[in-house]
Structure formats: structure tokens, C-alpha cells
Design a protein around this ligand. Structure first.
Ligand code: NAD
Ligand code: WQD
Length: 339
């Protein structure tokens, strides 16, 4: 079986990718320091897969520990690098921690991959690199904009690092940068899902926690934007669909089919929904009335963004399959297991 190292494999997106990898016949090996996840995720993975997934409890920014993982496991053929800190607001409070962890761990990972001769890397980037775009939908050729947060800058810097490393003489690294739009929902088994520590920053966990009575109400951050109902537009992608994109990406690298040393793909549905549409669809999918109110704009919010998903469809053969309704139903099912 083809061994794939999954850094951050106990996290929200990483755990769903581990399931898809295992079910597609790969052997995922998790590396996670559990800085933003819980060991209970491993039990959820075991329930779904009927076996344990190997997990190394280390910081992937620790070169010696990472080398030891490659040595112990032997013949790891590719790496999917999810491990990073991801809270935009926190990154403003703790910029050094974000640069250290997100940029530092990528540098260490590439260095160790070079040493051990592993050449295939899939990297978790983000639509945050587009900032406030001038045109919608955004394609991979849409110019990136200076990021509005240290978190966003770490993603831009990581993309730049990968490009510079790949352009150096003798480089063997092949990378696919996946720019995720807004992942939502949980595995249909409701054995794994999003586990926000503390008050959620993201819309869907805030909605499900409010419906579950854990939060009093959802505040919608502004309804005076230039959009059909005045609320922000995002491209919400079901996390299992997103996870599947990693399988086609890593296989493309293993097959040496990438046309350039670095390829970049948007991973979204290609459709935008407003915050109010998400709320209304959640109410239908869950059968719950949601307590919400319109509040002021949130500083730094992008008014509207959604993907042009053509390149991923044409080059990777990747298309999303799951509706917003079904994705939100899965998020609600998962939330109910957490009560
Ligand atoms: P997450 O926090 O749930 O998962 C990240 C995992 O990495 C966690 O389990 C955490 O414990 C682990 N981790 C962090 N630093 C580590 C380190 N140095 N060594 C080992 N493990 C470490 O986040 P997620 O939502 O699953 O995001 C995964 C990736 O996708 C991140 O790179 C994130 O920036 C990116 N991304 C996320 C979103 C989103 O909305 N969730 C959108 C775009 C991009
Ligand atoms: C979605 C919409 C809010 C909470 C963040 C990161 C970005 C990327 C994806 C990683 C927005 C509105 C939210 C609430 C609300 N992550 N909202 N009330 O803003 O698209 O992006 O996650 O790379 O970098 O910035 O996602 O889930 O925070 O918000 O009205 O309580 O929901 O204003 O329009 P966002 P989000």
C-alpha cells in the first residue's frame, strides 16, 4: 500500500482526508501535535475504518522528530501538509507563533523531504490569498492581494517558498497547492467533524452550536454589502468533497503527471451563497429555527468570493458532489453527537 504522510491528520480537514485515503487503498500515516485537535479523533477514525491509523504525536516543525518518522515508517511516497494554525483573529494577537508554526513547519518539512528523497507534496492553501478580488469568480490566475492578516500572509509566504524551492537548480520537489474555499460539514457517519476549541470563529460551527443551545444567538456580520441580500458571499464546500481533492492531487504527483513543478488549484464548488442563504438552508436541513440578529460588519471580511472551479475539473477531474443542504445536515448531525 502506498504510504502517505498526513501532517495535521487529526484536524478537521486532515481527518476527513485520512478516511478518504484509507478507503481509496492508501496507507495514511498521521503526524499531529494535537495543538488544535483531540486524541478522540483517532477513535472516530478507528470506528469508521475498522482499524487503527498510525499516528505520531510530534510537532512537524521538529526536524529530528520528523526525520525519525520517515525513518521508522520507511517508504513514505508523498506528503499532504495540513498542519498549521488557522485562526485569523488569533494570528493578529500572536503573529510570531503563526509565522513560526505555519512557515517554519513547511521549511522543516521540505528540508526533511529533500533529505529522505520524498518528492510529492500537497499543500493546504486558502482562498484568503485572493484578498478582496476585483472580479468574480476567482480563477487561479486571479492576482493575489496583500493579505489582511498574519494568517493570510503565512499562506502567501508558503506558496512563495514552494515556488522558490522548486525553481532552484536540481530541485526534485513536486507540489500541488490547493486553495480551499470554505469547508463545512462532517463525515456522514458523524464519527469525525469540526471540533472548534472555544468560541467558533467560523460560520457553520457557530450556527450549529447556537441551534444546539450552546450559544444564545448568531450575529450576522453586516447586511449592507453589495450582494443580493446584503450579506457576504462565500463558496461553501463539503469537507468530504474537499478531502477527495487531495487523493486525486497526490496520485497525480505520484504518477508524475503534473505539468509543472508547482501546480495550483482552486477547490470550491464554483457557487457562492450568502450568509442568510446558509442560515435559511440550515433551518430547512435541521428542522431547527435559528436565533439570529444582524450586527455590524466584521473587520477584514471579504464582501464576496467564490471559486471558478474549472481548472480542478478539467485537469484533476475533480468536482464537488454534495449540496449545501446535505453538507449542513451533516454538520447538524455531528453537532448533536457533541451534546
Ligand atoms: P485544524 O486546526 O482542524 O487542523 C490542523 C491540525 O494540525 C490540528 O490537528 C493541529 O493539532 C495540527 N497542527 C498544527 N500545527 C502543527 C504542528 N506544528 N505539528 C503537528 N501538527 C500540527 O485545521 P483545518 O481546518 O483542518 O485546516 C487544515 C489546513 O487547511 C490548515 O493548513 C489551514 O490553514 C488550511 N485551511 C483551512 C480552512 C478552513 O476554513 N478550515 C480554509 C483554508 C485553508
Ligand atoms: C463566513 C461568513 C462572515 C461568523 C475564514 C478565514 C479564511 C479561510 C476561511 C482559512 C463571513 C459570516 C461568520 C459569525 C457571521 N480560512 N459570519 N457570523 O470569513 O470566509 O474566512 O475561513 O484559510 O482565511 O478568514 O469564514 O466562517 O469566518 O465566515 O455572519 O458568527 O460568515 O462574516 O461572511 P471566512 P467564516
Amino acid at each position: 500500500m502506498t504510504k502517505i504522510l498526513v501532517t495535521g491528520g487529526a484536524g478537521y480537514i486532515g481527518s476527513h482526508a485520512v478516511v478518504e485515503l484509507a478507503q481509496a487503498g492508501y496507507e495514511p500515516i498521521i503526524v499531529d501535535d494535537f495543538s488544535n485537535s483531540k486524541e478522540s479523533v483517532l477513535a472516530g477514525l478507528r470506528d469508521i475504518l475498522g482499524r487503527d491509523v498510525p499516528c505520531h504525536h510530534i510537532d512537524c516543525g521538529n526536524a529530528d522528530a520528523l526525520r525519525e518518522v520517515f525513518r521508522k515508517e520507511g517508504n513514505i511516497e508523498g506528503v499532504i501538509h495540513f498542519a498549521a494554525f488557522k485562526a485569523v483573529g488569533e494570528s493578529v494577537q500572536k503573529p510570531l507563533a503563526y509565522f513560526q508554526n505555519n512557515v517554519g513547519s513547511l521549511l522543516t518539512l521540505i528540508e526533511v523531504m529533500n533529505e529522505v528523497g520524498v518528492e510529492s507534496l500537497v499543500f493546504s492553501s486558502s482562498c484568503t490569498v485572493y484578498g478582496i478580488p476585483d472580479q468574480l469568480p476567482v480563477t487561479e490566475a486571479t492576482p493575489t492581494k496583500p493579505a489582511s492578516s498574519p494568517y493570510g500572509r503565512t499562506k502567501q509566504m508558503c506558496e512563495d517558498i514552494v515556488h522558490d524551492v522548486s525553481a532552484a537548480p536540481g530541485n526534485k520537489l513536486r507540489t500541488i497547492l490547493l486553495r480551499y474555499f470554505n469547508p463545512i460539514g462532517a463525515h456522514p457517519s458523524a464519527k469525525i467533524g469540526e471540533l472548534p476549541l472555544g468560541v467558533p470563529n467560523n460560520l457553520v460551527p457557530f450556527i450549529t452550536q447556537t441551534a444546539a443551545g450552546l450559544r444564545e444567538k448568531l450575529t450576522i456580520f453586516g447586511n449592507d454589502y453589495d450582494t443580493p441580500d446584503g450579506t457576504n458571499i462565500r463558496d461553501y464546500i463539503y469537507v468530504v468533497d474537499l478531502a477527495k481533492a487531495h487523493i486525486v492531487a497526490v496520485q497525480r504527483l505520484l504518477d508524475h503527471k503534473a505539468s509543472e513543478a508547482v501546480e495550483t488549484f482552486n477547490v470550491g464548488t464554483g457557487h457562492g451563497n450568502t450568509v442568510l442563504e446558509v442560515v435559511q438552508t440550515f433551518e430547512k436541513a435541521s428542522g431547527q429555527k435559528l436565533n439570529y440578529a444582524i450586527g455590524p460588519r466584521r473587520t477584514g471580511d471579504v464582501p464576496a468570493i467564490y471559486a471558478d472551479a474549472t481548472k480542478a475539473a478539467e485537469v484533476l477531474g475533480f468536482k464537488t458532489e454534495t449540496s449545501l443542504f446535505d453538507a449542513l445536515a451533516s454538520a447538524w448531525k455531528w453537532q448533536q453527537t457533541l451534546k
